[in-house]
Write a new protein. Structure first.
Ligand SMILES: Nc1ncnc2c1ncn2[C@@H]1O[C@H](COP(=O)(O)OP(=O)(O)OP(=O)(O)O)[C@@H](O)[C@H]1O
Ligand SMILES: [Mg+2]
Length: 511
């Protein structure tokens, strides 16, 4: 059962607002509805009276859009916001009534599609001054691919290299087309095949792609999906000679288009679909739904989504990305568009829209509203094995386990010459001696060299051990051929009672 109710069903659902003059046309999505939808009708009498003034969110679009499944799903969720009431304007009202008679609203979700009177919606917005979720003036631009590309370019968003061929009888100077077998030249800009030819009207989906002779020539003619087809091959190799077009370079993708759907500047859902430019056969699953591939947007692409949403002033905005040559290029901006068949998107979208509306209008309606914190937004998701918390991210601070070995050697020395060093550099005061100066290190090296020579003849085990240590000391000190900088030092520690049993590893040389 749906929580959507029409005012003509009013006997048992008593709408809280009677808005506009054509009640039979206007639909209400009740506010303050209980989450249990059956209760809404059964316990209506017992419900607490709603707050005095609700925020009315008007939906003004063609019926095909305002009654679509995604719209219904999202509005059902949106009207669960305590202070929001949704009013769907009927198509008959929109088309036939003067805007003065349209239901009033505080926030307007309105968008153009085929047959929609955008001029009237603009006039209504001027009259009623609602908060606009999607700007209406910008929707004129969205209908013209030239304007869309101009805006994208102004925003510094990557798009395919393109040129506009205007066939305007009043401005013949703008129409300079030179056609070769394997290229076109549009106002001086050369496009070798493959290139793409798009009608300037964004509503016209007859996009043609021309193949080079090396690939057999001809063209692929795209059109609005009809059943299982989205394009057809044509042997025609020459471009259209009537109408105005955009010509652009063909971007070599992996054969998929990335469809992006924003809900405000900080949220974008993306999914990939097979490009209609391939063979024109639409991939469908057993339920007949077009197959979609999951997509993770890169940080750059998320920035593009934000820029598109902001530049076109469309909170809810769909656009197409072509991933090619290591970049992403925007090739189409469609304006208002919802993702189909994604519960997660319906939930997210309604929540974000509700928050945007409350944040914008809550204060002037004196509604005690605080922006929900992330902690309140517990990510519980339904799964096949019940509901559970969704893992949103894993944060780790990781360091490699390699350590540079301590470049230290330790040895025990007993020879009087070492004690002479102790004497000479006043080591007995503290029992420790640190030798860093080149001449001091040279002295230690001289002692090591002398002792190595002296011990040379012996073959006693213990002496052998001491000899190898002395040789090590000698070679460390001989390293680099001279003493300079701070790369070596010698530390001596006086041990009057001999070597302690558990000496720390890090101790210096011992005497
Ligand atoms: N420059 C390009 N390089 C490669 N392929 C392209 C290019 N431009 C468009 N296409 C392909 O053609 C398809 C249709 O192009 P585009 O999206 O511009 O037209 P549209 O009819 O407005 O689409 P929509 O149905 O999304 O409104 C794209 O989805 C993409 O697969
Ligand atoms: Mg497109």
């Amino acid at each position: 059962m749906s929580s959507l109710t029409t005012s003509s069903e009013g006997e048992n659902s008593t709408p809280r607002f009677v808005v506009g003059s054509r009640d039979d046309e206007t639909e209400f999505l009740g506010s303050n509805m209980k989450t249990d939808e059956t209760d809404f009708f059964e316990d209506d009498e017992e419900e607490e009276s709603p707050p005095e003034r609700q925020i009315v969110v008007g939906i003004c679009a063609m019926t095909k859009k305002s009654k679509s499944k995604p719209m219904t799903q999202i509005l059902e969720r949106l009207c669960k916001f305590e202070y929001i009431t949704v009013v769907i304007m009927g198509e008959d009202v929109i088309l036939n009534e003067p805007v003065e008679n349209w239901p009033s609203c505080d926030c307007l979700i309105s968008f153009h599609s085929k047959g929609f009177p955008l001029d009237k919606a603009v006039a209504y917005a001027k009259l009623c001054k609602p908060f606009l979720i999607n700007d209406l003036d910008m929707q004129y631009y969205i209908q013209d691919r030239r304007e869309v590309y101009r805006i994208l370019q102004e925003e510094g968003i990557d798009l395919p290299r393109y040129a506009v061929l205007n066939r305007d009888p009043d401005r013949p100077e703008e129409c300079n087309l030179v056609e070769g077998e394997d290229h076109v030249e549009v106002n001086g800009a050369v496009f070798p095949k493959p290139f793409v030819e798009k009608p300037v009207s964004a509503e016209d989906h007859n996009v043609y792609i021309y193949y080079p002779t090396s690939a057999g020539g001809g063209s692929q003619r795209l059109f609005r999906k009809i059943g299982s087809r989205s394009s057809v091959y044509s042997p025609e190799s020459s471009v259209r000679k009537t109408g105005s077009y955009i010509y652009e370079e063909f971007m070599p993708t992996d054969g998929t288009d990335v469809k992006v759907y924003t809900v405000g500047p900080d949220y974008a859902h993306a999914e990939a679909r097979k490009s209609p430019a391939l063979d024109g056969k639409v991939e469908r699953d057993s339920e007949g739904k077009e197959i979609r591939y999951p997509v993770m947007l890169t940080a750059m692409e998320k920035l593009v989504a934000r820029k598109v949403c902001v530049a076109f002033k469309q909170t809810v905005c769909g656009f197409d990305l072509l991933r090619a040559n290591g970049h992403s290029f925007v090739c189409d901006v469609n304006g208002f568009s919802f993702v189909k068949n994604s519960m997660k998107y319906y939930d997210d979208c309604a929540k974000i829209l509700g928050n945007i509306i409350m944040r914008e209008l809550g204060p002037q309606f004196h509604i005690p509203w605080s922006i929900p914190t992330e902690a309140e937004d517990i990510p519980i998701v339904p799964t096949t094995s019940g509901t559970m918390m969704e893992l949103r991210c894993v944060i780790a601070v990781i360091r490699h386990g390699d350590r540079t070995p301590k470049q230290k050697m330790k040895m025990e020395v007993k020879h009087p010459r070492f004690f002479e060093l102790f004497e000479k550099y006043d080591g007995y005061k503290t029992g420790k001696l640190k030798l860093k100066k080149p001449e001091q290190l040279q002295e230690v090296l001289d002692i090591a060299r002398q002792l190595v020579v002296e011990l040379g003849a012996h073959s006693d085990c213990e002496i052998e051990e001491r000899k190898s240590k002395l040789e090590q000391l000698k070679s460390v000190l001989e390293m680099y051929g001279h003493f300079s900088g701070i790369n070596r030092k010698v530390q001596l520690t006086y041990l009057p009672h001999g070597h302690p049993k558990a000496a720390s590893e890090d101790e210096g040389k011992e005497t």
